[in-house]
Design a protein around this ligand. Structure first.
Ligand SMILES: [Zn+2]
Ligand SMILES: [Zn+2]
Length: 298
């Protein structure tokens, strides 16, 4: 039966189905996730949470970030169709749940989990506070400044340039392909979450982005943790420059409002959007709150 005919014949009874049945029926037609190959062996996976990247090497599969348990199961099933190799390494760009709570789906099937040492500390702190330690698969390997390892023809390097979105964010560089996963160090035209409780610092974040722009080159392709509606989760140096300038605009705006004697509440009610037209979306209160705290609290 053709899909359209099937839908037409089914539409009258669709309302009578349970939610589980509807989900099952929908799943026959549209996968809730999307896989985009960037090269022959490196791709990205998007469903719910921070963008995932993966490498299908002859030595084994490497995955960067894991979204949530259900999403990482989808990813694992799809990658098993693409490769018969084992899962060698799971990397977390940082500890946030939309990047690491899917780790648990890799339990028993991945050789190692790797993150910056502060990312591991942050993940543990949050899990202990939320009493969710049984739902975690923690990194068994950590690093401090730089970490590199070869996987077939690809060489993967992690770089830590200091506190930004948290105090434990890595850039993950696939050197041969010249692709860098930025995790949440870059929100492409989307107001970022600034996790001050986990050591985030907006001023330093700008320097972290400058270090990345110096380290990588004009041909580097970047993968972003998140993007605003209508924008891509991949891009070039231009997006890093734009995001750094946006962080600067938010800080500068908050500073001038503080100097003008405005209260925090007045600042958050502003209709002026620092960063310009491209940032006219919901959520400016998050970075403005962080900027206010960074500039006024010691
Ligand atoms: Zn995220
Ligand atoms: Zn994050």
């Amino acid at each position: 039966m053709h899909r359209r005919t099937f839908i037409q014949n089914t539409v009258f009874t669709f309302g009578a189905l349970t939610l589980a049945q509807k989900n099952l029926l929908s799943s026959f037609f549209v996968d809730p996730w999307k896989i985009t190959m960037l090269t022959n062996d490196i791709g990205i996976f998007s469903e719910k949470g921070g963008t995932i990247a993966f490498l299908l090497s002859k030595k084994g599969i490497v995955v960067v970030d894991s979204q949530f348990p259900e999403q990482s199961k989808h990813l694992i099933d799809e990658l098993k169709k693409k490769s018969e190799k084992p899962f060698s390494l799971l990397i977390n760009t940082h500890h946030h749940g939309d990047h690491s709570s899917g780790n648990i789906s890799f339990k028993g099937i991945v050789d190692h989990v790797l993150a910056h040492e502060n990312s591991l500390k942050n993940q543990k702190n949050v899990a202990v506070a939320n009493k969710s330690e049984d739902k975690q698969l923690y990194p068994d390997q950590t690093y401090t400044d730089t970490w590199c390892q070869k996987f077939g023809k690809e060489n993967i390097c992690l770089h830590y340039f200091g506190a930004g979105h948290t105090n434990g964010d890595s850039f993950v560089h696939f050197q041969h392909a010249n692709i860098v996963h930025c995790g949440d160090l870059v929100f492409n035209r989307r107001h970022p979450y600034v996790d001050r409780a986990a050591g985030a610092n907006m001023k330093n974040w700008m320097q972290v982005l400058d270090k990345a722009l110096n380290k990588f080159d004009a041909k580097t392709k970047y993968v972003f943790g998140h993007a605003g509606a209508g924008y891509e989760v991949t891009g070039k140096a231009d997006e890093l420059n734009k995001f750094r300038d946006y962080l600067g605009s938010v800080l500068k705006f908050a500073e001038s409002e503080i100097k003008a004697g405005k209260t925090k509440e007045e600042l958050l009610k502003t209709t002026i959007i620092p960063g310009g037209e491209e940032w006219k979306t919901d959520g400016i209160q998050r970075p403005l709150t962080a900027a206010w705290e960074e500039l006024t609290l010691k």
